[in-house]
Design a protein around this ligand. Structure first.
Ligand SMILES: NC(=O)c1ccc[n+]([C@@H]2O[C@H](COP(=O)([O-])OP(=O)(O)OC[C@H]3O[C@@H](n4cnc5c(N)ncnc54)[C@H](OP(=O)(O)O)[C@@H]3O)[C@@H](O)[C@H]2O)c1
Length: 338
């Protein structure tokens, strides 16, 4: 019973972001957990996901609302037979330590919570990354939209992040030549250790001349995590019939919607090279969700897919972890452990 007046902690959004988010944009509050109604279960967070979309979607969150986000939680009480006590659940419950759910999505923009099978070989945290939204963005976004063929040249921006590092490893498995772009030398060293062929530091290197050296015969596939001028330069090096999967545009997320950064016009290269440029939202593949999870889990168990995580301890550090990720402080998937 929850009538012992157990409390949950949550972060609410109290000030609209202006540029990079600040800790003062959030407020940590406590509230008494209500008694469960028939059909409900109470989940206690174990790992919470830190993602760029939290910044990109911030205009959709009203002041006073709980910050959005996914978590892996354990069900500590249940009046819903489909979500029994003691089982693990993946839910878009927000930045909160406890959540009461009736097993359906809170609104149409979200997907319903689902149970996770605990597997001794796999950390539960991976269900927020390689075995969740991140991994499926890499798996479906890259394979379905870039349609890579062995021997082709693939460029990935945001390559040391959760999605980017995953895409690069799939590209290597498919026999591609991988050019990875990231923001510091330590990340580039890590990407080299994963077997990526050529690395570029977008903060120090001249991307245009590096691409000329790295891809003298042009680029066939581009997996775009960052958008902006980096992407314009890359797209000008594409081969005829090149394929571009636009996953995100983090280079603009901290900008004011009325004053977005300008980038070089892309229509000439799209037309003359007959490029296919496709944006996607990973939910598109909700009906194939488990296929992505199963394939990524198989690759992990076979040792073919390495999943680096940046895990910050303590629920109270959610804002810090979020700001750290936006500033490039993460390698692979960014997560908070409660
Ligand atoms: N379409 C979808 O359904 C979907 C699903 C998941 C993710 N996404 C998108 O995929 C992208 C990557 O997400 P993720 O979860 O894997 O995050 P992530 O790459 O793990 O973390 C963000 C990284 O972005 C880089 N970054 C920050 N500001 C930048 C800038 N101005 N220019 C270039 N790079 C910058 C930083 O790395 P550096 O140190 O290299 O700068 C940072 O570590 C994001 O755009 C996200 O919105 C889309």
């Amino acid at each position: 019973m929850t009538s012992n007046k157990m409390k949950s902690k949550k972060f609410i959004f109290v000030r609209n972001f202006d540029g990079i988010p600040k800790e003062e944009d959030f407020k940590l509050v406590e509230e008494v957990i209500l008694d469960l109604q028939q059909g409900e279960f109470l989940a206690k967070a174990i790992y919470l996901s830190i993602d760029p979309y939290m910044r990109a979607y911030s205009s959709r969150i009203r002041l006073g609302e709980t910050m959005i986000g996914s978590q892996v939680a354990i069900i500590i009480e249940s009046k819903n037979e489909n979500f029994p006590t003691g089982s693990y659940v993946l839910g878009q419950f927000g930045w909160t330590t406890h959540f009461i759910s009736n097993g359906t999505a809170q609104d149409v923009t979200l997907y319903p919570p689902y149970l996770i099978e605990k597997d001794e070989q796999i950390s539960l945290s991976l269900y927020l990354g390689a075995l969740g939204r991140t991994g499926n963005s890499a798996y479906f976004g890259f394979l379905e939209l870039c349609k890579p063929r062995s021997g082709e040249t693939v460029v990935i921006s945001g390559a040391a992040g959760a999605v980017g590092s995953h895409v690069g490893q799939i590209a290597k498995m498919k026999g591609c030549y991988v050019i990875a772009i990231a923001g510091n030398q330590e990340k580039l060293n890590w990407l080299k250790s994963l077997g990526f062929d050529y690395v570029i530091n977008y903060k120090l290197d001249n991307i245009r001349s590096e691409l000329t050296k790295a891809a003298p015969r042009g680029i066939d596939c581009y997996f775009d995590n960052v958008g902006g001028e980096i992407s314009s330069v890359i797209m000008q090096h594409m081969n005829r019939y090149g394929r571009i999967a636009v996953c995100g545009s983090i280079s603009s997320y901290n900008s004011n919607a009325t004053d977005m950064p300008k980038a070089t016009i892309l229509q000439p290269t799209i037309v003359f090279n007959e490029l296919t440029v496709t944006g996607f939202i990973v939910k598109t593949w909700l009906n194939r969700w488990n296929e992505g999870i199963e394939q990524n889990a198989k690759w992990i168990k076979e040792g073919k897919l390495k999943c680096r995580e940046t895990i910050i301890d303590g629920f109270e550090n959610m804002p810090k972890a979020f700001i750290n990720m936006l500033n490039g402080g993460n390698f692979g998937k960014s997560i908070v452990k409660v």
